[in-house]
Design a protein around this ligand. Structure first.
Ligand code: GUN
Length: 296
């Protein structure tokens, strides 16, 4: 292997420590703590694990955690009413509705009910529009984590060719906006892109967020490129369940200059950035200085 590993686990621990320090200061000076409300509808096992981890880590940095677990058959009006209650609650500074929602619920309508100032996922159309026009916004957690690692590794990203494989609203599109904001030349590619391998080979920064196990091969990677693997895929191999990314790690690590592993790369950064966003939302609401290095 020739690539330097970008240690997301260690980076996430640093981000959480920075958040925790600021929260300690807030508690001492103001006698209150930022609060994050997480709403889970239904019993999707992966979502249950995420929500539990979010709650635990929220408490670990000293914030207040409010969890709402609703029945899978919860009517839309009930979910909307809960979000409106959280919007009005002064102890709640961040609201996250875990996706995907059960099919009978309109995710767009639900997300757009969240007060944009409390939208710590950055999914509300106001925040999407603010990010797209280069204005201050809440930024989706996973791409924010990727950006932090890239800035830490490279310093300035200006002028670099960035290719984002994947066009989801949660990762691909906001990732492209963030890289553009840092003056990269950005291409958004996807499963229907012609000669995807050649497009990927043009990248100084290659972000894989397609949700297909080990799709990006070493021969798609430009020598020395930085590869950020957003994928988390469970596969069966040799009779065991294994976690792999969207990048074929062994072959890509022979070519890349730097690379995030799976697990231990992008994954831990997502919750760390959720906590950072909750702190940022709190600071903006209260007119306090924002934490340094934790926003786009
Ligand atoms: N489901 C998968 N990723 C996410 C995320 O970043 N936020 C929310 N709310 N749901 C998700």
């Amino acid at each position: 292997m020739t690539a330097t590993l970008i240690d997301g686990k260690a980076f996430a621990a640093k981000v959480r420590a920075q958040v925790a320090d600021y929260v300690t200061k807030i508690k001492a000076e103001r006698g209150e703590a930022p609060g994050l409300a997480v709403v889970l509808v239904g019993e999707d096992p992966a979502s249950q694990v995420y929500v539990r981890n979010k709650g635990t880590q929220t408490l670990e940095v000293g914030m207040e955690s409010f969890e709402y677990k609703l029945d899978a058959a919860t009517p839309q009006e009930e979910l909307v009413a809960l979000i409106q209650k959280l919007n009005a609650d002064p102890k709640v500074h961040g609201i996250l509705v875990q996706l995907p929602l059960p099919a009978h619920l309109n995710s767009d309508l639900v997300i757009n009910t969240i007060d944009p100032a409390k939208d710590v996922d950055g999914f509300h159309i106001s925040n999407v529009g603010l990010l797209g026009t280069g204005q201050k916004s809440m930024v989706p957690c996973t791409p924010l984590g990727c950006l932090m690692m890239l800035r830490d590794h490279h310093g300035s990203l200006a002028g670099m060719n960035a290719v984002v494989v994947g066009r989801s609203n949660i990762v691909g599109k906001p990732m492209a906006q963030l890289l553009l904001g840092d003056s990269c030349t950005v291409t958004i590619a996807h499963s229907r892109t012609k000669d995807l391998a050649a497009v990927c080979r043009s990248a100084d920064i290659l972000v894989a967020a397609v949700g297909r196990p080990e799709m990006v091969l070493g021969e798609w990677v430009k020598p020395g490129a930085t590869v950020i693997d957003v994928g988390i895929n469970r596969i069966e191999r040799d009779g065991k369940t294994k976690l792999v990314g969207d990048v074929h790690f062994e072959s890509a690590a022979e070519v890349a200059g730097a690379m995030t592993p799976v697990p231990g790369g992008v994954g831990p950064m997502t919750i760390a950035c959720l906590l950072a966003n909750t702190l940022t939302a709190y600071c903006r609401t209260k007119g306090l200085p924002e934490p340094k290095g934790l926003t786009a």
